[in-house]
Design a protein around this ligand. Structure first.
Ligand SMILES: O=P(O)(O)OC[C@H]1O[C@H](OP(=O)(O)OP(=O)(O)O)[C@H](O)[C@@H]1O
Ligand SMILES: O=c1cc[nH]c(=O)[nH]1
Ligand SMILES: [Mg+2]
Length: 218
């Protein structure tokens, strides 16, 4: 697995603004959307193109176009929806596969190695039928323990998908390690890699609960 941590100055600036404890729902949504666009540009830079014939005003030319079907975007409900419009700005024709996952905060415990373990509850799955023919781009603002992303990747692979990457705004080292171990074939693109998880599985310094901030349910 390759981990691409963005070095773009605008990405770094916008993630810093997201961390403001006084941020409004409106600003959190706007910044999440803008960061999603910037990360999506980085994540799609490796898509393959091939020369295809096109009739233009001066005749028929051979010109580069995407070689394969457009990727499918995979928002992990709820918080991943906050990144959907921003990624659709880069891939406006993308089909969307939706996966609903929720951490059960009451299940938090430390495992034998002192790692935070949280049960992930799956409540919705609607993955496009031809996912085996497309790249899947998972979108979720947070990679904490890695449990939700791993569950989502398991679902995509069970549906036949073989080419998967994931975009996160903030990732914990613990989540990156767990994801690398479970799915070494999946590349991830992150705006920031933070310090660690607290004993409730929240990222430090992190953003707090991204879903609550996007949906105004704080
Ligand atoms: O890496 P993990 O430990 O699995 O944590 C990350 C997950 O937690 C958040 O979702 P949450 O469960 O809070 O659901 P929500 O989006 O509905 O708020 C976040 O959006 C990720 O999906
Ligand atoms: O820090 C965290 C961890 C999981 N989910 C969030 O929204 N924030
Ligand atoms: Mg949440």
């Amino acid at each position: 697995m390759s981990v691409y941590a963005s070095t773009h100055p605008l990405v770094q600036h916008k993630v810093s603004l997201l961390r403001d404890a006084q941020i409004s729902v409106k600003s959190f949504r706007e910044l999440t959307k803008e960061l999603a666009t910037l990360l999506a540009i980085e994540a799609t830079a490796s898509l393959k193109v091939e020369a295809k014939p096109l009739t233009c005003w001066s005749g028929t030319i051979s010109t580069p176009m995407l070689a394969e079907k457009q990727p499918t975007l995979v928002p992990i409900l709820r918080a991943g929806l906050g990144m959907l419009d921003g990624t659709l700005a880069v891939l406006p024709c993308a089909k969307v596969s939706v996966v609903g996952l929720k951490r059960n905060d009451d299940s938090v415990k430390l495992d034998a190695n002192g790692k935070v373990d949280i049960a992930i509850e799956s409540y919705y799955q609607n993955i496009i039928s031809d996912v085996s023919e497309r790249k899947a781009i998972i979108i979720d603002p947070m990679l904490a323990t890695g449990g939700s992303a791993i569950a989502c990747i398991n679902m995509l692979k069970a549906s036949g998908c073989t080419d998967i990457c994931a975009l996160f705004l903030v990732a914990a080292p613990e989540g990156i390690e767990a994801l690398t171990e479970s799915h070494p074939d999946v590349d991830i693109f992150v705006a920031a890699i933070d310090e660690k998880l607290n004993d409730q599985g929240y990222i430090l310094p992190g953003l707090g609960d991204a879903g609550d901030k996007i949906f105004g349910t704080l």
